[in-house]
Design a protein around this ligand. Structure first.
Ligand SMILES: [Cu+2]
Length: 207
């Protein structure tokens, strides 16, 4: 016999004083945190609430592919690289198991990100700034991002999405100034456009 039932009527026995104290403490903490759930939106530097649109996979892919076609400047480990204009929209896709494209940004400029999952639930965890968003399939999540630090940011998928989940890491490069931006951009462009047999100078001259 592993369990002995307590004596009948135990429910009506008096509660010890220290136990009452703990119940009071727990109740206080519950209410305190409950109200802070609302308070943190104002005081806690929470992630910005985002605009969300419904979009089917073909609809979003059309946008995404057109975006890449017009903006791709290079390739990084097999992923397309884009260098969006400050203030412009950047289209991301999540799929098993990659975040694409790699994005080159300028410090202090604001960009509008679109996050979309092509298959199942993924996470957008931007580090080291620690901005975290859930990305459900079927929705285009819009958020504004202004990098305040230069350097390499990583996008980790923080929703378990299968066997390759831990390798699902995207990249955002933030250049400190115009000079650095041009340097990184040119490094990507020279490699990329050379591969395609074109010349960088001509490509730029056509526009
Ligand atoms: Cu994922």
């Amino acid at each position: 016999m592993t369990l002995i039932p307590p004596k009948e009527g135990w429910v009506w026995q008096k509660v010890a004083t220290d136990e009452k104290g703990w119940v009071a403490v727990a109740t206080f903490v519950c209410f305190f945190l409950f109200f802070w759930m609302i308070g943190w939106h104002s005081f806690g530097r929470q992630n910005p609430s985002n605009i969300t649109y419904r979009a089917s996979v073909p609809e979003y892919l059309e946008l995404y592919n057109a975006y890449l076609e017009n903006n791709q400047v290079g390739e990084d480990n097999g992923l397309p690289v884009v260098a969006p204009e400050p203030g412009s929209h950047v289209f991301f896709t999540a799929r098993m198991w990659q975040w694409a494209p790699v994005v080159l940004l300028k410090k202090g400029e604001t960009y509008t990100f679109h996050l979309y999952s092509l298959d199942l639930l993924h996470g957008f965890s931007l580090q080291p700034v620690n901005m975290n968003f859930m990305v459900y399939p079927g929705y285009d999540y819009v958020l504004r991002f202004t990098p305040t630090e230069a350097g390499e940011y990583k996008i980790f998928c923080n929703e378990f999405c299968g066997i390759g989940h831990h390798m699902m890491i995207g990249k955002i490069i933030v250049a400190a100034n115009d000079q650095e931006y041009q340097k990184i951009l040119q490094a990507y462009e020279s490699e990329y456009f050379e591969d395609e047999g074109g010349e960088v100078v001509e490509q730029e001259g056509e526009e």
